[in-house]
Design a binder for this molecule. Structure first.
Ligand code: ADP
Ligand code: ADP
Ligand code: ZN
Length: 214
């Protein structure tokens, strides 16, 4: 099973991908995470991507599709959860080829439908554990014990430099202009299911599990 989680920044893609890794042993392939790792490592890709990411614009199709191709080669039999990829029609075409060359194909495209006004609050309140990567939110998912990660016990949280109100607006515009238009292509192939991304996290997870189980 290879699936895409599609939705604007803050829709809950990363949150739900992490849950599917636990519940189904699938593997999350997040181009945002891969790019942030490249920036941190100071690799050529990272050096090229940093300013684009800080501005909330899209990194080139060739770079992100190459990153996905490398990861797919390491995947073996595990199902993939594409999170934040594809984001353009060119990336959607590239993904079809990458999968086909490896004898794989998309089984589901799950759109997380969210109210745009809520996304700024989601993004601005987002933080993660710097040790294990667990995701949190100031209001919607604070750690059980303040300042301590529920999962690993570390106290080193971090926030993304691009998670500010200005950049989020640009990211939403990019989503509307370049990413939302790929949905009809998948709809024509009968792959798309919609989930209410404004529901509580557990309710969203249950809805996704129900789609994957049928
Ligand atoms: P994305 O990967 O789509 O950008 P995230 O999964 O990182 O989104 O979620 C953005 C923020 O919103 C995180 O801080 C997360 O804890 C929170 N969040 C995710 N899903 C929900 C939800 N259903 N209700 C409230 N907050 C949520
Ligand atoms: P979010 O979780 O808010 O949806 P991501 O972590 O997926 O954001 O992406 C962060 C940034 O990384 C994007 O604003 C963009 O600059 C870059 N990026 C990530 N994935 C892609 C992609 N598939 N194509 C182009 N740029 C990407
Ligand atoms: Zn942790």
């Amino acid at each position: 099973m290879d699936i895409i989680l599609l939705g604007p920044p803050g829709a809950g893609k990363g949150t739900q991908a992490a849950r599917l890794e636990t519940s189904r042993g699938m593997v999350q392939l997040s181009t945002g995470d891969m790019l942030r790792a490249a920036v941190k490592a100071g690799s050529p890709v990272g050096l090229q991507a940093k300013a684009v990411m800080d501005a909330g614009e899209l990194v080139s199709d060739a770079i992100v599709s190459a990153l996905i191709g490398e990861r797919l080669d390491q995947l073996g039999d595990s199902g993939a959860i594409f999170d934040g990829y594809p984001r353009t029609a060119a990336q959607a075409d590239a993904l079809d080829l990458l999968l086909e060359h490896r004898g794989r194909s998309l089984t589901h495209v799950i759109e997380l439908v969210v109210d745009e006004d809520a996304l700024v609050e989601r993004i601005v309140g987002r933080f993660t554990c710097g040790n294990c990567g667990a995701g949190y939110h100031d209001r919607f998912k604070p750690p059980v014990v303040a300042e301590v990660c529920d999962v690993c016990g570390a106290s080193a949280f971090k926030r993304r430099p691009d998670d500010n109100e200005d950049t989020v607006r640009t990211r939403m515009i990019e989503y509307r202009a370049k990413t939302a238009p790929i949905l009809p292509l998948y709809e024509a192939r009968g792959l798309v299911s919609r989930v209410d991304g404004m529901a509580e996290m557990d309710v969203v997870s249950a809805a996704i599990e129900a789609i994957l189980a049928r």
